[in-house]
Design a protein around this ligand. Structure first.
Ligand SMILES: *Cc1c(COP(=O)(O)O)cnc(C)c1O
Length: 392
């Protein structure tokens, strides 16, 4: 038999990339050499000392717990390394009850709504944005109020534009700076405004900090937990994935408001059992050595960013260089205004280059496309050579 899909699966937004995937296969069948520069998953390897620590920890027969559930027996050194990192990096003191280890962030982002939202409750999510905020709401039976990120506001959330009715109903608001997909960064005052908004309206602010360490030109991203009173109303999702090229390792943490940490932990204990202890040990080492491990990786992405932005700007675009993230977010050519899907499809057909349509991140992503810098320099260069030859 074919299973009947649950209502929650049926409620998921249509997967906009399915059509592109089909077009990509068609192009490949016609003999076009397709170059993908669409997915954000670092090609640069996990730094050697982190891999070495993983090997050491998994071979450490002296640790009688190394095979056990990572959730029941969290590695104390990981929590200690998180606390020390927040202290060094942001001057933030985290209590022992303000940290919960996660299996990367995506997993925990989808589980937080299960911990705090009831069916029919409202969560607020930015658009364009990471799809998992809305998906977590849907799985919890909750409803998403979409708040637009607009270029004229620097892609920051305009809290004043959120209607009173929504403020009354909402229990959770997501934000993400440095931002995927727009590459926008937020000043510390923005986080202060977010915390004030949360406190005024009794809304938990969930800050997705996936890209705080992927920064360039001396820019350092704030943490929401630096804002006054943040621990009372905010949580932050920190992930090892993009900062340390560890996407496949599935390790990160949620920190901040202790009651939210405890609630998420309850969901996790009942569903996932946590990250392998050797992976936690390796993540602890990565955090301890962040100041030496991160800069060489960011240098690679800075170089690629410059190459991609310079190539676009030499051909009619007028982009400024993003200060953070591993993406370039660019308007589609005028001819395609209002139809990023058509631009991306034509680009694929005419040049074989696959980028992501802004529409895939929600209605206000329309008009843009995203390039990911997580591909080798020569691949990105050939992709740019092809893009600028396209008939526009
Ligand atoms: C990549 C990404 C994440 C999380 O990735 P994990 O590997 O699950 O930690 C979270 N938020 C955004 C916006 C991302 O781009």
């Amino acid at each position: 038999m074919d299973v009947e899909r649950s209502q929650r699966l049926q409620k998921l937004p249509p997967y906009l990339f399915a059509d592109l995937r089909r077009r990509m296969r068609e192009a490949q069948a016609k003999g076009v050499k397709v170059i993908r520069i669409d997915i954000g998953d670092p090609d640069t390897p996990t730094p050697d000392p982190v891999v070495a620590e993983m090997v050491r920890a998994i071979q450490d027969a002296g640790d009688g717990d190394r095979h056990r559930y990572g959730c029941d027996r969290p590695v104390a050194a990981f929590n200690e390394a998180v606390r020390d990192f927040y202290r060094r990096r942001w001057g933030v003191e985290l209590g022992a009850d303000q940290i919960v280890g996660t299996m990367g962030s995506k997993d925990a982002i989808a589980k937080l709504p299960l911990a705090i939202l009831n069916p029919g409750d409202v969560g607020i999510a930015p658009v364009p944005g990471y799809p998992t905020y809305n998906i977590g709401h849907v799985f919890a039976g909750a409803v998403t109020y979409q708040v637009p990120l607009r270029a004229e506001n620097g892609f920051l959330i305009d809290f004043d534009a959120i209607p009173l009715e929504v403020r009354r109903q909402a229990k959770l608001l997501w934000l993400n700076y440095p931002n995927n997909p727009t590459t926008a960064v937020a000043p510390r005052e923005f986080f202060e405004r977010a915390v004030a908004f949360g406190r005024e309206n009794d809304i938990l602010i969930a800050s997705d900090a996936a890209y705080t360490e992927n920064t360039y030109d001396g820019y350092a991203s704030p943490s929401i937990l630096q804002a006054d009173g943040a621990a009372d109303i905010a949580v932050e999702f920190f992930s090892m994935s993009k900062a340390f090229c560890m996407t496949g390792w599935r390790v990160g943490c949620m920190v901040g408001n202790a009651s939210a940490v405890a609630a998420l932990n309850t969901v996790k204990e009942n569903i996932d059992n946590g990250t392998l202890r050797a992976v936690q040990s390796a993540a602890a080492l990565a955090l301890r050595q962040a100041e030496t491990l991160i800069p060489p990786v960011n240098e690679v992405y800075r170089r690629r960013r410059d190459m991609v932005v310079d190539a676009l700007n030499a051909n009619g675009w007028a982009l400024s260089k993003p200060k953070a993230t591993i993406y370039v977010w660019a308007p589609v050519p005028e001819k395609y205004a209002g139809d990023s899907g058509a631009f991306v499809a034509d680009l694929l057909d005419q040049t074989g280059v696959m980028v992501t349509p802004g529409r895939g991140y929600g209605q206000w992503g329309e008009g843009y496309f995203r390039i990911s810098l997580t591909y080798p320099d020569d691949v990105l260069r050939e992709a740019m050579d092809r893009i600028v030859q396209m008939k526009m």
